[in-house]
Write a new protein. Sequence first.
Length: 518
Amino acid sequence: MAEKLKLGLFAPGMTALHRVGLAGLYISLKAFERSRTRIPNLTWELDSHSVHLAWKGDAKKVFDSLLKKAFLLDEKGMIAFAAHQSKGLGDLEQVSLHDCLLATYLQHGKSRGKGKKQSIVFSIDRRQVTREYLSVPHYAHQKAADELFSKQGKIKTKIPIAGWSIPGGGVRHVAFTGPTKLEESFDKFICLLFAPVATMYFRISHKGSDGKYDARKGAALVFPHLTDLEAYETGYTHYLQSPVERLTADGVGDAGLLAMLALRTDRSLEDLGVEGATAIILGTVGWSKQQKTRTDAASFGRLEEDDLNTFELACRLFPNERVIKEQKAKKGDQPQFTFFVSSRPARGLFAQNIAIGRPWYSDFWELMKTQQSANHVSRFERKGLYAMTQEAPWPYEADKLFVEAMHAAVRNRYGALAAQAKSRGEKIPFQREFERMRTSMMRVKNAQTLRAEVADMLARGGVNSALKQHWRDLLPLFSGDDWKRARDLTLLALASYSGAGSKELETDDNPNEEGESL
């Protein structure tokens, strides 16, 4: 008599991670059906909300065969899930996914064996580009039948959880494993096993206010909130076909919304069985450099199409950049190149705001709080920022009018400086004035200081037709209690101003130094 197991999308105890794992099992079994791959003594039935398994004979052998056929390695020692075959996953994209897997699910050497550094060569923009990666001899999911069954071949009722089954999870205090040990039931552990197959992966490239890449943010895992397994397979296939430039994010919100865009084809997210997502970031922290630690997490519910459209606009205006960099070579050797993908901090901030339902420009001061980060944003993202002020929807019309008035103030001030410098035969101090205005706004700590600094900027700007025309609408912004909103808008106007004088703020500095490896 066959043994049976039903895994339901909405069964008790199913978290976002478990549901993504069930989707991974669903997609794997669908792939077996298409390729006519048989698992001896195992049959299954699939529907949009559940997976039904039935097996005969030695259960351990059955599940061992399932796992070994689902979790593969290619000839280059890279992880290659059976479910991803024939889905359009490119070579560059496979390397990116492999790297993210080794930085998250399979970060510990015991979960994947001792790897070897290898290199693979791609042709990009008519140049031979070398990409290094760590090949692995095996990984834990291939041998996970030993976790599911006892030595006697009996199904375990409780299975200990390790980091390779829940990234960032495990025993909190090794000396006291009893009360802090994580365990899972047989059916839920199967879901966890297949979670890597349907997880969405993004490499994180984030610079802190000091201008250096933040090692605490290495890779992101996104677990969509699923309501339909069949529909999610369609969206996930679209994600696997994403170019490598779309697989890098600035932060947790950016990763979550990039995932939603990657899933969306010509159908709404609701039609694709997705109601929001949970995203986590793993990276290196100072007190535990030997492993990747969960350093950030966010969860958001269903997104309105208008919000996703706003983020799609931000992606168009602040696209990731694939940077090809020449490596140092010995004299006489042929030049060698490597590449990396650089993300955009402005888009990362906007994504974070959109994901939690705030105005897209909230907390813009975070991008301007140091001279180094402010110079980067104003020089290399100015055009995109200006376009956002013109094309993105504004939750309050007064906010848009306020930015226009501040643009006029900056233009007038730069014009006055240019006239003074020309009469004296001096260089126009645009950079110094930009920094003076930035620091004056960063000194704002309450409504009173906000009013003083905004009044000073407007006064130095001289006659302001935009302010004169809309002063009744704008007065509450810099005379009310919401001083933080007015500060963000002022700094946004300063960074996005694209009129006369703005080009003189640009330099030849390269914002795309290579980031740290995963």
